[in-house]
Ligand binder design. Structure first.
Ligand code: AVJ
Ligand code: FE
Length: 440
């Protein structure tokens, strides 16, 4: 068995408990609302998580019968819709079933998924979906990923709708850490992983690919709010020369003057946190779109890292071996980075020095995903994952870019060198930050 049933059961249950707690954070009347225009309403995600798990493992994988074919189709998919075809119109409430109906479907889907993980032949060598228990891993990672979706959606809801867990306050910190350019010597970099080398990997991680990077230097810390404020105050949002053509159009269309996570009040900037607005914490990594990150880098006469440069900075070592984590082999605990729901907001850049990479670069994993300038594309030899063939392939369109690392809302199970995330360059909601590089 490539999968440990008990570990999978407890992961599924942990996932479900966390998802339930996230849905329970919201008052009932938000259920049919869309916290983000381009995404489905809350009800979709309630049904999508166990619905996807049921479809993938029980129905498609094991070939068992439907619970309710209409609901299974309704909840099957709904990610990252096109700007033009915003998912489900505001008036489409009728499309969505009553909450009681969803509750009953979810309970039955959960029951059958748990039964399958506990008793069924979910690991069948040679089976297209069940070989090495692929469908089981896919559903577990899928739910973990969507918990981050939920959090960045909840982030946009009015504060009155959310109650902070007792005792929680954002850790705003004091002055930003001293930024420094860190030299990283060139060398080979492994991107991706061969299918057999790990219990599970997504299709976009496969197969392993070795590339080379030449010498470069990279910011030791993420670009902070304080650094980004200099760009804002220097007129960065008014200077077309710093922006790519499409990004400049976007700035104009939305009359942007600062990142979405910032709010201006009485001449001062605040950060819109999960539960409250705080006076802009100068030392937090700034959260921005790729468009804004690239404009800042251009203003500094630098660039965003490529995926390979990120990989070298995070996992390379002077001795030539590549590490399992930036800090080495030790497990990914709270001392190594701000991830695994350690915080509802960022923490000051540099607050987990025990997570620095071999070159002394901080926060490469945690405290915000890291934008790269690499378009999301398959590695040579890519084949779509049979349990979810559209997972990556639908987004190899040149208009999605690779993000690496992790945010405070990234589950620890997703933390590995080869994990790739991706979004459009002007998608402003995600917990994504950046750092800049220069060629040596
Ligand atoms: C990999 C995070 C970009 O949320 O759009 C969830 C993950 N895919 N359900 C997304 C995903 C299908 C995806 N990202
Ligand atoms: Fe999904």
């Amino acid at each position: 068995m490539a999968i440990d049933r008990d570990a999978a059961l407890s992961w599924y249950q942990r996932n479900r408990a966390r998802s339930r707690a996230l849905f329970d954070m919201l008052p009932g009347d938000v259920y049919y609302q869309k916290p983000i225009d381009l995404r489905h309403p809350v009800v979709f995600y309630d049904g999508h998580l166990p619905g996807f798990s049921f479809n993938t493992l029980v129905k498609n994988g094991l070939g068992r019968p439907s619970i309710d074919a209409r609901l299974e189709a309704l909840f099957a998919r709904g990610i990252d819709p096109h700007e033009s075809q915003a998912a489900g119109d505001a008036g489409a409430r009728n499309l969505w079933p009553p909450r009681e109906t969803v509750r009953a479907f979810v309970a039955e889907a959960d029951r059958q998924v748990l039964d399958a993980i506990a008793h069924a032949e979910i690991d069948q060598p040679g089976h297209p979906l069940l070989d090495r228990a692929e469908a089981a891993f896919a559903i577990l990672e899928h739910e973990a990923m969507h918990q981050e979706t939920l959090l960045y959606m909840w982030h946009r809801l009015p504060f009155e709708m959310k109650r902070a867990p007792a005792g929680y306050r954002p850790e705003t910190g004091a002055a930003p850490p001293v930024q420094r350019d860190t030299h990283v010597p060139g060398g080979p970099v492994t991107l991706g992983v061969d299918a057999g080398a790990r219990p599970f990997s997504w299709d976009n991680e496969r197969p392993a690919l070795t590339t080379f990077v030449t010498d470069f230097s990279i910011d030791r810390h993420n670009v902070t709010n304080a650094a980004f404020l200099e760009f804002v105050e220097a007129g960065g949002y008014r200077n077309p020369r710093l922006w790519r053509a499409k990004d400049w159009v976007w700035v104009g269309e939305h009359r942007l003057e600062h990142p979405l996570f910032w709010e201006r009040q009485d001449g001062r900037y605040f950060w819109r946190g999960m539960f409250e607005a705080v006076l802009l914490p100068p030392g937090w990594p700034v959260y921005v779109t790729l468009a804004e990150a690239a404009a800042f880098a251009a203003w500094r006469g630098r660039r965003l890292p490529t995926e390979a440069q990120y990989q070298r900075a995070a996992y390379g070592t002077p001795g030539g071996e590549e590490r399992r984590f930036p800090w080495g082999d030790a497990c990914a605990d709270e001392s190594r980075g701000v991830f695994d729901f350690a915080s509802w907001d960022p923490r000051p850049a540099g607050s987990t020095p025990a997570g620095a990479s071999a070159w002394g670069v901080h926060d490469l994993v945690g405290n915000g995903w890291e934008w790269t300038r690499t378009p999301f594309a398959p590695f040579p030899g890519f084949t779509p994952i049979p349990s979810y063939p559209e997972y990556s392939a639908d987004f190899f369109d040149g208009d999605h870019f690779v993000m690496k690392g992790a945010s405070p809302a990234t589950a620890r199970e997703l933390i590995r060198p080869t994990f790739r995330n991706w979004f459009r360059p002007r998608y402003p909601y995600v917990y994504a930050t950046f750092r800049t590089v220069a060629d040596a």
